[in-house]
Structures are given as structure tokens and as C-alpha cells.
Write a new protein. Structure first.
Length: 415
């Protein structure tokens, strides 16, 4: 075997070293290229930060950590002065690092859609209190305008007119139809159709002007050309409720904003009116007084307010019967011990509330604009009062236009 010289050994060593250097250069180049690619893709950068979650978009713009230069632009909201009332209702913003949800409502009427796709027309200046619920639960709106401090907080419940769906697909099997009309509840607690608005032809023919009687003396309201105690505009209410797909019923009886005791709630028309809980309802009102208070509750070009008419009262009962288990809605039992504030009772066993609507069978009897066959002196009151047991919501009772007694009103809104 030939012996390798020292010179040959040196040459071999140098060759191996050169190969090792070349391999090292290749590996280093590969690592650098790989890390540059990773940095570009915002995963990591350089072998110094390998294995960490640190990426450029998580570092403030202009700052450098290791080999990573930050790209995050941070907005300083410490000097922001906006409040929830400055931001449109339902929209969100950040003030001084805190997320706030807007409460300012549009000045004009707008549309709210529930999870089933049922549309609700909402008056400008009102918000939807329970947007997580559906029309079938009773959609509540509340006055949040910066106007009259007495009406602010007043609440109303949407009474749908027409088709209401209980599924997102709007299948026929899950459709209920609420007919706008007058119903006879005396012969059948679930209501017998007496005078129904079913289509545009009924509106065009002014069917509401016909003197159709219910059981057997109560007849449809006269139109607004008669005198002050009639509906403000019965035809206007029917047309708008039909075309808007509904109307609003006062969630509570007409309240006296300044009454501090029940016995002081018969103060006539000198006190401002409300429709909210925690206040005493007006009592000892005449029908014309109740009408004037409900009409003047709001003065808007976007919607109208008025004393409840027979269409509005009866259709509300049909709505409640359709989407609750209370088919008789409702009978006051047992007897209340005294007049209660709106939305409250004096006896825990009484709960005259369905689909968020209170006191349609008790607390205070309520004037309507429906007439009787002695029209010059008589009008119809609905429901009952706290001292009357067994009173049903569907009850009609005539009364002369006299403020002596526990009588109030209930406002409606239509747009």
C-alpha cells in the first residue's frame, strides 16, 4: 500500500474544509431566505425570534423588536368626548379605550327586522327595547328623544297587521294572519269577526264608515268630521296600519306624570300625560279629556297619536290570543285591593300582562272612540277597574261622557 505524503494530506484537508465552508454558506443562505419569507408572511422573523408568536402587526408602528419592525397603528382615543347619545342606536365606537353602544335614534321613521324576518316600522326618536325578541313576543319601543321629559321613557307595543311568520324561511305552515278589525267577544271569548279590513279594496270603499253593530248596540266610530270625541282620523289609522303592517298600542294606561298618590290622579288635563310604568294612571277623565290627552301626547309629522279605537283594541286582543296561551285574555281575578301604578299591581296573584301589554282587563276602565246607539251622550269603555272582579278584556260597556268614575284612556301610535 502506497504511503500518503504530508503534502497530499494537506491538500485533502483543504478540500474537505472548502466543501464544509460551501455547505455552511448554502445552509446559512437557505435559513436567511426562509426567515425572510416567514417575516413577509407575518409569522416570525430571523432565527432570534423563531418559535415565538411575535409578528409585525402586533408591534407598534416604527418600533423594532429583534429583527421585526412593527406595522400596528394605534389610535389614541383618550381625548374622545362622544357619549352613547351622540352615536346612532346600535352602532359602536371607542371612547378613552372603552367600547360604547350608541343610543341616538334616527329623527325619521325606520325599520327594524326581527330574527324571523318580520318587519316593524319604528317612529323616529324611539328605540327598540327588546331587539333580541320577535314580533310574536311583543316588540317594545321606547321614547328616547330629547324632547318632552315627561313623555321620554313612554313605551308602546307593536301590534302586527297581516302575515306574521315564526320561521326564517317564511313557510305557509308557520304563518299566522292578524286581521285588522272589530270583533265580538261577548258571544265567543276568542272573537267573532264583525267588521274586517282584509284588502286594499276595503280601504278604498271606506268600509269603516258603515254602521256595523256589535252585540247589538255598539257601532263603529264616526269619522273625524263629527266632533272632538271621535277618532282623530279613523280612515287614516286603518290605511296606515294596513299599509305599515301594524300599529302601536300603549303598553300602559294613560299616566299622570305628576300624580304622587292615586287619589291625586284625577287632576283633569292640567298635568302632562305619559305612557310608562311607575306612574299613576289618570282617573276621573271624561271621554273628550282622554281623547285630547292622547292626541296631544305627540306632535310629529312622522306619526300620529290618538285615543284607542275599537279596531286597535280588538285587533290587539286577537294578536295576544294568537301568540300566547291566554285565549280568554283576560279576566281580572281575584279582586285588587286598590288602584295600582301603571305596570304594577296591589295583589301579587294578579298579573294582567300578556306579550308585554299591561292592564287591559283591570286597574282603570278605558275610554275608546267607539260609539253607542245614543251617540249624543254615550261612548264605550273597555276592560274593567280594580274594584270589579271577573272583568274581561273584550268587554264593552257604554257610559255617558262623565268624568265621575275610574276612567282613563290608552294611547295608540300609527305611521
Amino acid at each position: 500500500m502506497k504511503k500518503i505524503s504530508k503534502k497530499q494530506k494537506l491538500v485533502g484537508f483543504i478540500a474537505i474544509l472548502i466543501v464544509a465552508v460551501i455547505i455552511a454558506i448554502v445552509i446559512t443562505t437557505s435559513i436567511i431566505n426562509s426567515n425572510n419569507q416567514i417575516a413577509d408572511e407575518e409569522y416570525s422573523a430571523t432565527t432570534i425570534n423563531a418559535g415565538s408568536n411575535l409578528i409585525a402587526k402586533y408591534i407598534k408602528k416604527g418600533e423594532k423588536i429583534g429583527e421585526i419592525t412593527g406595522t400596528l397603528e394605534v389610535l389614541n382615543t383618550a381625548d374622545a368626548t362622544a357619549t352613547a347619545e351622540d352615536i346612532e342606536w346600535g352602532k359602536t365606537a371607542y371612547v378613552n379605550g372603552v367600547k360604547i353602544t350608541g343610543t341616538r335614534t334616527p329623527d325619521n321613521n325606520y325599520t327594524f327586522t326581527d330574527s324571523y324576518g318580520n318587519e316593524v316600522k319604528v317612529p323616529g326618536g324611539f328605540k327598540v327595547v327588546n331587539p333580541e325578541e320577535n314580533v310574536t313576543d311583543g316588540i317594545i319601543i321606547e321614547d328616547v328623544s330629547a324632547g318632552d321629559s315627561n313623555t321620554k321613557g313612554s313605551q308602546f307595543v307593536w301590534i302586527p297587521v297581516g302575515d306574521v311568520y315564526t320561521d326564517e324561511e317564511h313557510t305557509e305552515a308557520n304563518k299566522k294572519t292578524i286581521k285588522l278589525g272589530r270583533y265580538d267577544f261577548a258571544t265567543n271569548p276568542e272573537g267573532v269577526e264583525v267588521q274586517i279590513i282584509e284588502n286594499q279594496e276595503d280601504i278604498d270603499n271606506k268600509e269603516w264608515e258603515n254602521e256595523v253593530y256589535v252585540s247589538p248596540y255598539y257601532y263603529v266610530e264616526r269619522v273625524s268630521s263629527d266632533y272632538n270625541a271621535t277618532a282623530k282620523d279613523l280612515g287614516g289609522f286603518i290605511t296606515k296600519a294596513y299599509n305599515s303592517g301594524g300599529y302601536y298600542l300603549g303598553r300602559y294606561e294613560l299616566g299622570d306624570a305628576l300624580a304622587i298618590e292615586a287619589i291625586h290622579s284625577n287632576t283633569g288635563t292640567t298635568n302632562p300625560a305619559t305612557c310608562k310604568s311607575g306612574v299613576y294612571p289618570y282617573t276621573f277623565l271624561g271621554q273628550i279629556e282622554a281623547s285630547n290627552l292622547c292626541r296631544s301626547l305627540y306632535n310629529s309629522n312622522e306619526y300620529d297619536s290618538d285615543l284607542i279605537n275599537s279596531y286597535a283594541w280588538d285587533t290587539a286582543i286577537i294578536f295576544i290570543q294568537t301568540f300566547s296561551d291566554n285565549k280568554d285574555y283576560s279576566i281580572q281575578t281575584p279582586l285588587q285591593s286598590s288602584l295600582a301604578k301603571c305596570g304594577e299591581t296591589t295583589n301579587g296573584s294578579i298579573k294582567d300582562e300578556e306579550l308585554h301589554i299591561f292592564d287591559m282587563s283591570g286597574n282603570v276602565m278605558e275610554w275608546s272612540t267607539e260609539g253607542y246607539n245614543a251617540p249624543s251622550i254615550s261612548f264605550i269603555v273597555r276592560g274593567g277597574w280594580y274594584g270589579s272582579i271577573g272583568t274581561t278584556t273584550g268587554r264593552r260597556m257604554y257610559s255617558i261622557n262623565d268624568p265621575d268614575g275610574y276612567r282613563t284612556g290608552r294611547p295608540i301610535l300609527y305611521l
